[in-house]
Design a protein around this ligand. Structure first.
Ligand code: BGC
Ligand code: NOJ
Length: 820
């Protein structure tokens, strides 16, 4: 059952009832200022770092789950009736409710008793503030006297400390109020140089800054005393819970509509100009005032909104496709790239499943996310690659994550995941193919951010590959370390202590646990490296990489094959994992995907056999499960994976991130039906009608859908921040539709189901616009054999690089029937 519908023309998802199965989220802003907003206006905002610069407070795992946000209250001053135009927090009875989640904005509103109130929330491009533009309309035949209250609860900056250190924090809260603007200044008196502000375009009739003065004793957000009585008390927070509330009175003629603007922003002052007058304790507002005044003007807000739309037009204009498949077009043209940009901005730090205090920018995560956003924002992809390289360790290994504010790596979520460094090679290769910017290889970056250790990115890549080669186990396969892509396959961990983190606990030394997955990943990375080395004229390295890749393939051939599929690993003791020899956990999805992607088994039928095994044993109507059978008991030697109940997360859930690998593998073996079938099983739009089972947003991918052993089979969790976004975009656009950037051109190599009759696409590549038409007679399953590029026939499927930037290039591609 759906809870809304797609509006493809406006690129919005329109939620038509507020009681969605879970809060359905959107993101406002980009790298500097980020806001999370749910369909009932819940959520919070932060500057750059969800942990260290949290502007507004949010209590995770609340009841209801989503409580706390950007709430407005409407009060009819004639009847004293009051209500929430975003439904929450009062869950008011509404005549009409709508939430339109669009690209970088959300419009949330409702009508009650003839008063319509809707608010557009967005962050102007480049600004460190969010705008709430509220329209109040009197639809009645009579005059209306309406009070509007706006509210935010401030966070005392460090979200972790804010949620735990009450003995201090109940005493440090401070605010200032000047000219109707509420400034949150906690800790500004001492070491902070930043503050938050909450402003309103109307001269307010009143304000509050102490939460419990606004709410009233023993009351919650669903019944604030100030709203009930129709007046704020002008409270000034001294400690406790600083908040911002404005009260605006409106006198509306029949049919009259009024527009109000609220701003929630982040400001900074130079350390030596924090106070005005100098030496006082008063926040210097001189720099921020003009900015506030500027955005309180309607024209400025309208212009910023135009900018936002134009920015998204440009980003999404990098690739637009037209096929006969609604779910593919909708995801590929709008929502999937949108989600990719959100993962660029937020990595795995802040969602309704990631608290913003747990994780920063993941090393493997961001490198994979880059595969999905590199064509959308190459400049930021470049910056991200160099930031990641700067946290690489001198050994070639990597921190598992870094903190966005400091860009420094840390071990807070563990270290020693032996796959991590190889992803830097894949990401760099993708960047080079997209941009042709070989200069990045000569850019220097330090190791572990240590000054003096700078080396060229090319050297970083070499160390990444070297890291694997220096850690090879008895079967010639890479040692797994703490884990590989599967964080929860902790083969050296042996944890028996309740509550101990599998990710950070000391590993048992002396084992020989190896990963077939890293072997496949290594083959991919080594071949990319060889190609990069060849282009640099570094023939010695090239030869070394090719040899290393071949040797790794040989090791997988000898020890990675189980008879009908690829094994997953060897454990601490050298016993196979993911084998018919095991009672449970006989087949894992990851090595089937990555090994076939690396080309292993493509020429001797084993790839096809592995894919048949996936179809038979792992594929479900809700996607491909990670492992089967899931582990029914805790396995000391396998680690966190078996800590999950069967069917959840890595223990046999449909871990959506891995599914596109199988789509790609199917495409590589020429099975267009198979690839498209897997694609549709987890495509969020295709699952929209299952919203009451799926639970998560129908416009973005979730990390996980509960697997067949789970009592809640089909239920999704962890939407938004997942490598699923990048990989699905890659699978759909580069392998199913086959539009694939290469060093020397744009490959047009679709692998389509038989019934398709072609498609068209526009792709911006190396500064040129490629207008692509694929001609495929329905019923034919062959690959593209020839192209017409601007009318010139070309044998094969590689459209050459543009001869000049800005070129418009017409590409017609023709498939050949393999039988002919
Ligand atoms: C998640 C990973 C996370 C790990 C931490 C896994 O279930 O999928 O994202 O790093 O747990 O424990
Ligand atoms: C989510 C993590 O962010 C990612 O790095 C990992 O590969 C998967 N979980 C699988 O464990």
């Amino acid at each position: 059952m759906p809870f809304g519908h797609f509006d493809d023309e406006h690129r919005e998802y329109v939620i038509t009832r507020p009681d969605t199965p879970l809060p359905w989220l959107n993101y406002l802003g980009a790298a500097d200022f980020v806001g999370l907003i749910s369909n009932t206006a819940g959520g919070y905002a932060y500057y750059r770092d969800a942990r260290l610069r949290r502007l507004t407070r949010y209590r995770y795992n609340n009841a209801p789950l989503d409580l706390g946000g950007r709430y407005l209250y409407v009060r009819d001053d004639d009847s004293a009736d009051y209500w929430s135009p975003s439904w929450q927090p009062m869950r008011s009875e509404l005549e009409e409710y709508r939430c339109r989640h669009g690209l970088g904005y959300s419009l949330i509103g409702a009508q009650r008793a003839g008063i319509r109130v809707e608010t557009l929330y967005f962050v102007p491009p480049g600004a460190t503030l969010e705008v709430w533009r509220t329209t109040v309309v009197n639809e009645r035949a009579s005059r209306a006297h309406v009070s509007l209250f706006s509210t935010v609860e401030f966070c005392l900056w460090d979200a972790q400390d804010d949620a735990t250190n009450f003995q201090r924090n109940y005493s440090v809260g401070e605010v200032e109020v000047a000219d109707g603007v509420i400034y949150h200044t906690s800790e500004y008196r001492e070491r902070r140089d930043h503050f938050a502000y909450f402003a309103c375009s109307e001269p307010p009739a009143g304000f509050d800054t102490q939460r419990d003065a606004f709410l009233g004793p023993y009351r919650g957000w669903d019944a604030p005393i100030a709203v009930e009585r129709g007046a704020c008390s002008g409270s000034i927070a001294h400690g406790w819970q600083p908040m911002g509330a404005h009260h605006v009175r409106l006198d509306l003629a029949p049919g009259e509509s009024r527009e109000l603007i609220f701003l929630l922003g982040y400001g900074e002052n130079p350390i030596d100009a924090k106070f005005d007058p100098p030496g006082s304790g008063t926040l210097a507002k001189r720099a921020v005032r003009p900015l506030i005044e500027g955005y309180l003007q309607r024209e400025a807000v309208a212009a910023a909104l135009d900018d936002l739309h134009a920015q998204w037009d440009e980003v999404l204009g990098k690739l637009q496709v037209r096929t006969d498949h609604e779910h593919l077009d909708r995801m590929v043209n709008t929502w999937n790239p949108y989600q990719c940009v959100v993962t660029l901005n937020v990595s795995r730090s802040a969602s309704l499943f990631e608290s913003g205090v747990g994780r920063g920018i993941g090393f493997r995560d961001s490198n994979q996310d880059l595969l999905g956003f590199v064509h959308l924002d190459p400049a930021r992809a470049r910056e991200r690659l160099l930031d990641l390289a700067a946290t690489q360790l001198p050994s070639g290994g990597a921190y598992h994550q870094y903190q966005p504010l400091t860009k420094r790596g840390n071990d807070a979520v563990g270290s020693g995941f032996n796959d991590d460094p190889l992803w830097l090679v894949l990401a760099t290769a993708a960047y080079l193919k997209e941009t042709g910017d070989a200069g990045i290889l000569d850019e220097v970056a330090p190791y572990d951010n240590a000054a003096g250790s700078e080396q060229a990115l090319y050297e970083h890549l070499q160390r990444a590959v070297g890291y694997t080669l220096e850690r090879i186990g008895p079967h010639g396969l890479p040692l797994i370390g703490r884990a590989d892509w599967n964080d929860c396959l902790n083969l050296n961990c042996f944890s028996e202590t309740p509550g101990e983190s599998f990710q950070t606990t000391e590993n048992r030394p002396g084992g020989v646990a190896e990963s077939v997955f890293i072997a496949g990943l290594f083959v991919l990375a080594a071949r990319e490296s060889a190609e990069i080395a060849q282009r640099r004229g570094d023939t010695a390295s090239e030869a070394r990489y090719r040899r290393a890749a071949d040797e790794m393939v040989a090791a997988v051939d000898a020890h990675g094959w189980d008879g009908a599929w690829f094994r997953r690993a060897y454990d601490y003791f050298g016993r196979p994992v993911g084998s018919v020899e095991n009672d449970e956990g006989q087949i894992f999805v990851e090595p089937q995907g990555i090994c076939v992607m690396a080309g292993i088994g493509l020429h001797d039928g084993r790839a096809q056999q592995a894919l048949a095994s996936v179809r038979e044993r792992l594929a479900t109507p809700h996607g491909i499960a990670l492992v089967q059978p899931a582990f029914s008991r805790y396995q000391l030697h396998l680690g966190e994976i078996s800590s999950y109940p069967p069917g959840y997360k890595e223990n046999g859930g449909v871990f959506c991130h891995t599914n596109p690998w199988l789509m790609i593998a199917e495409a590589m073996t020429g099975n267009g039906e198979g690839a498209m079938d897997y694609y549709l099983r987890i495509n969020p739009s295709a699952r929209e009608t299952l919203s009451d089972v799926h639970l998560c947003e129908p416009y973005v991918y979730a990390q996980m859908i509960a697997g067949p052993e789970a009592p809640t089979f089909g239920e999704a969790k962890n939407s938004w921040l997942t490598g699923t976004a990048a990989w699905n975009l890659v699978a759909a656009t580069q392998w199913i539709l086959g539009i694939r950037p290469e060093h020397d051109g744009l490959r047009i190599d679709p692998c389509l189901p038989a019934e398709w009759a072609g498609f068209t696409a526009t792709r911006i590549f190396r500064g040129a616009t490629y207008r692509i038409t694929v001609h495929k007679p329905g019923g034919v399953v062959g690959r593209v054999a020839r192209l017409n590029v601007d009318g010139v026939p070309i044998v094969g499927s590689l459209a050459p690089l543009p001869s000049r930037p800005g070129a418009e290039i017409e590409v017609e591609a023709f498939t050949a029937n393999p039988a002919t």
